[in-house]
Design a protein around this ligand. Sequence first.
Ligand code: SME
Length: 176
Amino acid sequence: MTTYHSEPHDFTDKRAGYERLAMQLQGLLAGEADPIANAANTVALIFDALPEVSWAGFYFLRGGLRGDPNGGELIVGPFQGKPACVRIAVGRGVCGTAAAKRETVIVPDVNAFPGHIACDAASQSEVVVPLIAAGRLVGVLDLDSARLGRFDEADARGLERLAELFLRASRIEELR
Ligand code: SME
């Protein structure tokens, strides 16, 4: 990995901001394939770089039978922020919804999302990106903010790209 220097990150132009972040993440993960180490550095970078983010972390799908897309549950992985809920069933909360739909879910106001799981009372908005490797659901990347409407489509696309870089760099099969 290349040494990480925390700099002021400019997200005035979100697309350009995420492009710079993607370059940094590639440098950070270069030459390392351990999925836990890479997940930890990915969320550390995101949490350090992105403004107005109160929590950033991974939930990994564990314990499911092979080939059963609804088997297993999401279990918290490396994260930055306050201690979090450990287990989330697929289909429950924002994380479980993104996992079940295999689609990024943007929630501008968590109080208006039926079934939202409140880990941190300060959280007002959320975005969850599903992690799909070789057609299989691996887990989700979850970000929270204390500001309503913090995340938009540009964040979703940028975070999907970062999630993809994490998946490509890591030996995901070791997570099972
Ligand atoms: N709010 C999430 C739970 C995880 S925490 O935000 C870290 C949800 O509804 O799935």
